[in-house]
Design a protein around this ligand. Structure first.
Ligand code: HEC
Length: 275
């Protein structure tokens, strides 16, 4: 039976022309139950496609010029009443971007753009890697205006999906309701959601699988020293190194000292058995 099944699969594989499974890259937008997959050509042909300059690109760490379409306009046809845009990259990185942050772009805040890699003029590869930020990349003009975080620039973007807010979707990531409004752990939850959740889950809550869950089976504050954990977040390579190392360091420009304290307070608060 197994062999027969195997032969059938082999048959299918032989019949399909090579490359038939490799599709033209497309950016999938799913809002209000409707999904549309945009190709690069389709986006580049839009009337609102523009050439934009990003003087301080978070990913390339230098000035970049892109062909891009404004995210708000792109969402124009879909339901703008969603709370959060889940921006998923092809490598498992998933940023939860509040719609309110995107909307600020229309009121003098940072403007979000979907940058499109033109196959005829590809973007540079990352240093030492065989890949660029393409085919699609979410970039921000004047990110400082709205306090856009370094992990809110998803590259190798594959889809944008309208979803509910993270704490609503995954109640297990929330701190105790009884914590005071100004408790560091409460602020830490917000920091974690923006800067850590694109790669890490908390007690299973979250959509990313790039790094380990930081809330189970043990919390990092239970098996790392305070000093070690701080150093790991600021500069992982100062704690341990290996070729596959993927966690970025968060220096003071990406994570203030107060935010670092807050996220550690959150990890301690969320550690199993801590409350
Ligand atoms: C771009 C993805 C990414 C982001 C963003 C990220 N991490 Fe990580 N993190 C990883 C990966 C991957 C690992 C596993 C080790 C490695 O490859 O560097 C890791 C490992 C860790 C570890 C060590 C866990 C262990 O037991 O080995 C801690 C603690 C940690 N991250 C905390 C954080 C915190 C706190 C934030 C937010 C301020 C954060 N990370 C943001 C990808 C990320």
């Amino acid at each position: 039976m197994r062999t027969l099944f195997g032969l059938v699969l082999l048959g299918i594989a032989l019949v399909l022309p090579r490359g038939a499974l490799a599709e033209t890259p497309a950016l999938s937008l799913s809002f209000g139950g409707k999904t549309h997959a945009y190709t690069a050509a389709e986006l580049l042909a839009r009337a609102d496609a523009a050439t934009i300059k990003i003087p301080d690109d978070v990913t390339y760490k230098r000035a970049m010029t892109y062909q891009a379409v404004p995210l708000l306009a792109l969402l124009g046809d879909v339901d703008r009443n969603v709370d959060t845009i889940e921006a998923a990259a092809s490598d498992g990185f998933v940023s939860q971007i509040p719609m309110a942050l995107v909307r600020k772009g229309a009121e003098g805040g940072s403007i979000a753009w979907v940058a499109i890699e033109d196959p005829k003029a590809p973007w540079p590869n990352f240093a030492g890697k065989d890949a660029s930020a393409g085919p699609f990349y979410l970039v921000w003009q004047e990110p400082q205006l709205s306090g856009v975080g370094s992990e809110q620039w998803p590259y190798q973007l594959a889809s944008l999906t309208g979803v509910e807010s993270p704490a609503h979707r995954w109640p297990q990531i929330a701190v105790d309701v009884g914590l005071p409004e100004d408790a560091p752990a409460r602020r830490g939850q917000a920091v974690f959601t923006v800067q850590c959740m694109p790669c890490h889950r908390m007690k299973g809550g979250g959509a990313a699988d790039v790094g380990p869950d930081l809330g189970q089976p043990m919390g990092p504050t239970q098996y790392m020293t305070d000093e070690g954990l701080r150093r790991l977040i600021r500069n992982p390579a100062s704690v341990r190194t290996w070729p596959e190392q993927r966690m970025p360091g968060f220096d003071e420009t990406k994570l203030s000292d107060e935010d670092l304290d807050a996220v550690i307070a959150y990890l301690a608060h969320m550690a199993p058995g801590a409350r």
